[in-house]
Design a protein around this ligand. Structure first.
Ligand code: ACO
Length: 324
């Protein structure tokens, strides 16, 4: 017994901001952004917070499976841009979609969050205690970045995507390889909070904006992700021909090309939508996953194998192979 992914869905805010739009408000250009990253545009929320995007993706998933929210046993939201530290974004989603019997929690593993959450959800389902679990990745990165810092502002976008795990005889789980290195936490930091009690602490100014050492993350990803892909394939006893698609976190197209070269797997195996969405952190993998399902490049129920891999702040990195 175990689970399969029986439906997918996503939601992107309506407003699209192109590289040329950004060049009007900061010292940058379409040429620099598209050449260095592959990004041409991103969706930026006007008035919807992370829980709104996540709820719309969740409703899209339920509609695609034709079930109601009150059938859901648990909701996990992967996010580094929660509406609040408490309640969790997952609890807000529960209220917004009416998933009255679900238990709900968030997982924060930055851009690896969806892989961490899918792994957690799949292993929860292996307990045989649940019928349906919703796994969502959702971010409003637009509220985390400093719009006066061109080195990060041009990279990120907003969005949400997710999958429905449904109890089945066969388990979709094939293999996983998941890591963290808190020793390198300084490479990506966002929304730090200082101690401010009258019994100690400090009242120095807080640094809430996201700061990232892009070069360090690039180098870390080039070193660690190919090794992880090799390791997860080894664990799953898989060779190149066994994989239908690799759905990697969408941070930079040059990074994906470098990873593909290093791991000696054809670039055509790596799906990409970064040109249209930018880096949506924990949402990037499930948005792309749903787009591939909708375009029929991958099909649920075929037992084709898909490798998903995320990497980012923490540092965190993880890969999971599932059978569709
Ligand atoms: N427009 C124009 N010029 C710019 C911009 C911009 N938006 N941003 C930086 N520059 C300039 C810099 O000032 C620098 O100028 P200088 O040479 O005169 O000093 C020059 O461009 C080169 O800057 P670099 O930072 O060295 O550029 P690089 O080629 O490293 O690309 C990038 C930067 C795109 C951020 C890259 O390092 C990257 O993609 N890193 C990976 C990021 C990543 O994967 N993040 C995932 C984790 S995210 C998460 O966990 C939420």
């Amino acid at each position: 017994m175990g689970s399969k992914i029986s439906a997918t869905g996503h939601y992107l805010p309506e407003q699209v901001i192109t590289n040329d739009d950004l060049a009007k408000i900061m010292d940058t250009s379409d040429e620099w952004i598209s050449k260095r990253t592959g990004i041409r545009q991103r969706h930026i929320s006007k008035d919807e917070n992370t829980s709104d995007l996540a709820s719309k993706a969740a409703l899209n998933i339920l509609q695609n499976r034709n079930i109601t929210a009150d059938q859901i046993d648990f909701i996990i939201v992967a996010t580094m841009t929660a509406d609040a530290a408490s309640p969790s974004t997952a609890c807000l989603v529960q209220e917004k979609i009416g998933a009255s019997k679900a238990f709900c929690f968030d997982i924060n593993a930055a851009c690896s969050g969806f892989v961490y959450s899918l792994s957690t959800g799949i292993h929860l389902m292996q307990s045989n205690l649940y019928q349906y679990g919703l796994i969502i990745g959702a971010e409003t990165m637009s509220k985390a970045v400093n719009w006066e810092d061109r080195s990060t502002a041009v990279l990120f976008g907003d969005g949400a995507g997710g999958v429905l795990l449904e109890r089945t005889e066969d388990d979709c789980f094939v293999a996983e390889d998941i890591h963290s290195d808190g020793g390198r936490h300084g490479a990506l930091v966002s929304d730090t909070r200082k101690l401010t009690s009258p019994f100690g602490g400090t009242v120095e100014e807080e640094q809430s904006y996201l700061t990232m050492d892009g070069r360090a993350i690039f180098d870390f990803a080039i070193r660690s992700v190919p090794d992880m892909i090799r390791d997860v394939m080894l664990k799953g006893n898989l060779v190149e021909g066994d994989l239908k698609k690799i759905i990697a976190h969408q941070a930079n197209i040059r990074l994906l090309e470098a990873i593909s070269k290093k791991v000696k797997l054809p670039f055509s195996l790596f799906a990409s939508n970064i040109a249209d969405t930018g880096n949506t952190s924990a949402a990037s993998i499930p948005i792309l996953f749903d787009q591939l399902v909708q375009s029929k490049e991958i099909q649920l129920g075929t037992k084709d194998k898909v490798l998903m891999t995320g990497f980012g702040g923490g540092l965190t990195w993880g890969a999971i192979v599932i059978s569709l």
